[in-house]
Design a binder for this molecule. Sequence first.
Ligand code: PRP
Length: 190
Amino acid sequence: MLNYEDFLAEVLISEEALHERIVALGAQISHDYAGKKLLLVCILRGGVLFLTDLMRAITIPHAIEFMAVSSYGVGGRESSGQVRINLDLNMDITDWDVLLVEDIIDSGRTLHYVIELLSIRNPHSVKVCTLLDKAERREIAIPVDYVGFQIPNKFVFGYGLDIDDYYRNLPFIGVVDLPKYQALMEQTAS
Ligand code: PRP
C-alpha cells in the first residue's frame, strides 16, 4: 500500500483541532442531555474513532451501541443511493434518547434511512451528531443537531474515513490528491 504522504494534498483538520472541537461537543452534549437516558449509536465503520473520543469528552452517564451501515458499496466513492444495514442494534431503544454518531454526512441518504428505521422503535428522541458535514452535497434534508466541522466538497480521509478501506487510523482529516493517488495505485498494480 501507499504511504499517505505520497498523495496527501493538505491536512484539512489537524489532530489538535479535532481534539479541541470534540471536547467542546462533549461538553455541549453533557449539558443538553443531563438527566436523560442517553444512548450513543455509532455508525460503523467510519464513526468509530469519533465515538471513542466523543464518549470520553461526555461527562454524564450514557450507553453505547453500534450499527453497521453501507451506502457506497465496496470500494465505491459515490453514494450508490442504496443503504444497507449490515449490523443492527442489539438492544431495545424504547424510551432512550438516541444520539447517532457519524463521521461524515454527504448526500444524507444513510442517516435519513437510519433515522426512519430507529424512529419507529419508540425511542424518546433521535438526534444526530456528525464530525464532518459536507452540506453542499446534500440530496435529502435531515436534521443535524451537532456538527464538528462544515467541510468543502473534497475527498477527505483519516480519523475513521477510508480510501479503499485503508488509512482510517490517521489522527487528522486529510484531503486526497485523487489524480496522484490513482496514478500511484496504477503504478503499483503494473
Ligand atoms: C460513509 C459515512 C456515512 C455515509 C455518508 O459511510 O461513514 O455513513 O458514508 O454518506 P451519505 O450521507 O451520502 O449517505 P460508508 O458507506 O463509506 O461506510 P464506512 O463508514 O464503513 O466507510
